[in-house]
Design a protein. Structure first.
Length: 88
């Protein structure tokens, strides 16, 4: 990830594999998007899943003040994407 800041900012950043926040919101322009796949919809998580209260991916997308975020459940209803649009 050390090369990305020097090449950005980007219109679209697809974050996959070995993810860490590492300033993803700062790598896209205002109006740009950060997308992450391979997310299990909350309703499918077991009631005792630690991800119900401590999901770093969701926390990043929904707590990052520079992003307006949504979780998009895919047609198979078993997978979802997190999509954040940079607003400032």
């Amino acid at each position: 990830m050390t090369e990305l800041p020097a090449r950005g900012p980007f219109d679209l950043l697809f974050a996959d594999g070995g993810w860490q926040d590492s300033g993803l919101a700062g790598l896209v322009w205002g109006g740009g998007r950060v997308v992450m796949d391979d997310v299990t919809p909350l309703r499918l998580l077991p009631s005792d899943s630690t991800l119900r209260g401590n999901d770093r991916k969701r926390e990043f997308f929904f707590a990052e003040p520079r992003l307006i975020a949504a979780e998009v459940v895919l047609p198979d209803l078993r997978n979802s994407l997190l999509v954040g649009t940079r607003v400032r």
